[in-house]
Write a protein that binds this ligand. Structure first.
Ligand SMILES: [Zn+2]
Length: 358
């Protein structure tokens, strides 16, 4: 047996042990990353639904013979150590629910299962095994990207998604934030852990915002999209347990979005004209929300600026869906976007009719 193969085997065993020690379990994909045969940035992109990285198997950078040896030595190591096996789930959260991530090109059941099988220490207690199982099968957070490319287009409305704007991937198709029904959420920049934790806890629907760093070749967390009510509640809590004025200053500087006041006044009036029975405070809230700078919402679009009745109605519908129906909790539970819309149609029409004075 040649020296390089002996070295490779030692490397495989050492890497498997290192990965096991670090995270409590190891599967083929984790081992390949540890060995440097699979770039972790690629795995991360794959778990976020990047089309070019799906499936992930072709991105393993290792010859067939060597790869077969990796799997052989790994299986042997698992057997010799008498490790427990736990089946992981590779999935991604879309607004349309949880989507399983395919590892292999052919999608063969047996090979997919091989990649999902994680190994954990034999002496793991039943309770710890259960916790590990939960960790390995937990669906990840919803992910929204900040666009870094210049030529992204929404696959539903066909609108341009400009560099720096939010983009969502649904079944590998890009959606603008409006079509993804996430435009009612507000952006909370990363950096304040207490705010982030509290806002996420209070928000019925939330998404992690990431941006690809080209020089580091990895996705970096930029913040969180949460409901404005959750953000307000988190702000209040943070202010309550911090020095009042310092916290308020910080909140004002970091989280308040610049709003064009005149546009808000005009939009409020336009909403009340179309929906005379809409409570004035809510009309203002809808207008302020739609007019936030850089949010890519209807209020900032050309139609919104011209106070087009259709754009006004869309903003009102979005508000009713998120505030007066179960829409958000349906999405968070993984109910398909179209099904969720069907389910809440009755209550939506009710409110619309009432506000129109029908
Ligand atoms: Zn769109």
């Amino acid at each position: 047996m040649s020296k390089s193969w002996t070295q490779l085997r030692e490397r495989i065993v050492l890497s498997a042990e290192r990965a096991l020690k670090r995270t409590g379990s190891v599967g083929p994909l984790e081992l390949l990353q540890e060995l440097g045969f699979l770039y972790s940035g690629h795995v991360e992109g794959w778990t976020k639904g990047i089309p070019a990285l799906t499936p992930i198997e072709p991105h393993i950078q290792c010859g067939a013979e060597k790869l077969a040896e990796v799997y052989r030595v790994f299986s042997q190591w698992v057997e010799v150590k008498g490790l427990k096996t736990v089946e992981a789930e590779y999935s991604r959260r879309g607004v349309g629910g949880v989507v399983a991530l395919q590892v292999t090109v052919d999608g063969n059941d047996e090979r997919e299962r091989f990649f999902r099988t994680h190994c954990a220490a034999a002496e793991l207690t039943p309770k710890k095994t259960e916790r590990l199982q939960q960790k390995l099968t937990k669906a990840p957070d919803l992910v929204v990207f900040i666009t870094v490319a210049d030529d992204a287009k929404c696959s539903e409305c066909g609108g341009e998604i400009e560099r720096g704007e939010f983009l969502f991937l649904e079944q590998q198709r890009p959606l603008c934030i409006v079509c993804a029904d996430l435009d009612h959420l507000v952006f909370l920049p990363a950096g304040d852990t207490a705010m982030t934790r509290r806002a996420k806890k209070h928000s019925p629907l939330s998404a992690v915002v990431v941006k690809f760093n080209r020089s580091r070749k990895r996705y970096e967390r930029q913040g969180l999209l949460v409901s404005s009510e959750a953000l307000a509640q988190a702000e209040d809590e943070c202010i309550a347990d911090a020095d009042q004025r310092a916290a308020r200053r910080k909140v004002a500087a970091n989280y308040r979005v610049v709003i064009d006041q005149r546009l808000v006044e005009q939009m409020t009036a336009a909403i009340l004209e179309e929906f005379p029975h809409c409570p004035a405070a809510e009309a203002r809230q809808i207008a302020a929300h739609a007019a936030e700078r850089g949010s890519g919402r209807v209020g900032r679009s050309a139609a919104g600026r011209e106070l087009d009745p259709k754009a006004i109605t869309l903003a009102v519908i979005a508000h009713i869906r998120h505030v007066h129906t179960d829409y958000d909790s349906l999405l968070m539970r993984g109910v398909d976007r179209q099904d969720s819309r069907e389910q809440i149609r009755g209550s939506l029409d009710n409110v619309l009719g009432r506000w129109r004075g029908e």
